[in-house]
Ligand binder design. Structure first.
Ligand SMILES: NC(=O)c1ccc[n+]([C@@H]2O[C@H](COP(=O)([O-])OP(=O)(O)OC[C@H]3O[C@@H](n4cnc5c(N)ncnc54)[C@H](OP(=O)(O)O)[C@@H]3O)[C@@H](O)[C@H]2O)c1
Length: 316
């Protein structure tokens, strides 16, 4: 299948590309910097500038849209918030606008979104049927999904992936959470009672492949593991896997001082249930947190941790 991907150079996209190439798909990645990627095997890299990508879009049977300014880099100044929102809304609008002006349409648009869509939810379980919440991220996700949804009027199947906290090697949330643990300074963030709806990166890719190959999958899909945990449990499991204590809590007020409004994402959470995936019989590779963390951190541990903590890991 010919697949056009935006954000294919990122933490999720680069792994997605590896797996799709291995599965025999023909990939074209839209990037802001195609020159930096010359020579990478199996994928054609095209710039958003120019018209070449529009031809690629016309030939694509599927479009996967992951592009967006990183959410957790730096304080949310007004300018950064505008970049976070506009990069997503604008890229999606451009893609769907070009689909509208072409006779040939892809069969499916798989568009990233996030569980931030639901806003802070406390103890309550949320599924795809729940309405959007309040706050900057919820508003951004709602606008992002609305742009993607317009493709449905063109006869394109639209899948909106509401991604949880993605765990994987060298990147994502773990790249920020692991270093304090390695230095014996790890512990739960905020009260520790907020819910963390996590997912292993291999399952993100697995669910994208599942959505590609199952024409009955459409609409919102929570991309989270079936067992969300509290922040306290998450950090205790992370400590166990790394052979380190989880003892030094980071108080919410300190995070607010350090990160400003962005701290809200860490001190509140969502208890998300992946109804669409379980109903559609997606088979999770990592349904449980400890195995997911062990897999995500295997290469990191081998490089950074001394032998005794790796022994703790292999004892599980
Ligand atoms: N990782 C997670 O835990 C997580 C959780 C929830 C939602 N998501 C969403 O899933 C998507 C992929 O996540 P990721 O972790 O792979 O993100 P990532 O590593 O930050 O990659 C995002 C990609 O978007 C492009 N990009 C970055 N800034 C941009 C801008 N200002 N304008 C246009 N394009 C820009 C970049 O591609 P080029 O440099 O090649 O243009 C980059 O490779 C993101 O939209 C993210 O919000 C991720």
């Amino acid at each position: 299948m010919k697949v056009l991907i935006t954000g294919g150079t990122g933490f999720l996209g680069s792994r997605l590309c590896e797996r799709l190439v291995r599965a025999g798909h023909d990939l074209c990645v839209l990037t802001r910097n195609p020159l930096a990627r010359i020579g990478q095997a199996g994928v054609q890299f095209l710039s958003w500038d120019g018209q070449e990508w529009e031809h690629a879009l016309a030939e694509a049977q599927a479009v996967i849209n992951l592009a967006g300014e990183p959410i957790a880099e730096g304080r949310w100044t007004a300018a950064q918030k505008a970049r976070i929102r506009e990069s997503r809304v604008h890229a999606t609008r451009q893609l769907v606008g070009r689909m509208a002006s072409r006779l040939e349409k892809p069969a499916v648009l798989i568009n990233a979104s996030a569980i931030g869509y639901y806003g802070p939810c406390g103890e309550e379980e949320v599924t795809e049927a729940d309405p959007p919440g309040h706050g900057f991220l919820a508003e951004t996700c709602r606008a992002w999904e609305a742009e993607a949804q317009r493709a449905e009027d063109l006869g394109v199947r639209v899948v909106r992936l509401r991604l949880g906290v993605v765990l994987g090697p060298s990147g994502g949330a773990l790249a920020k959470m692991v270093p304090p643990f390695v230095l014996f300074l790890g512990g739960p963030i905020g009260s520790g009672r907020q819910w963390v709806s996590w997912i292993h990166r291999e399952d993100v890719v697995g669910m994208i492949e599942w959505a590609l190959s199952h024409p009955q999958v459409s609409g919102a899909v929570n991309v989270t593991a079936p067992h969300p945990v509290t922040m306290r449990e998450f950090c205790e499991t992370l400590g166990r896997v790394l052979g380190r204590p989880s003892w030094l809590p980071v108080p919410a007020w300190a995070l607010r001082l350090w990160l400003g409004e962005m701290a809200q994402v860490l001190v509140t959470g969502q208890r998300v249930i992946p109804h669409a995936a379980t109903r559609g019989q997606y088979a999770f590779i990592y349904p449980d947190l400890q195995a997911a963390l062990e897999a995500a951190l295997a290469s990191y541990s081998a490089r950074v941790l001394p032998d005794d903590s790796q022994a703790t890991q292999s004892r599980g």
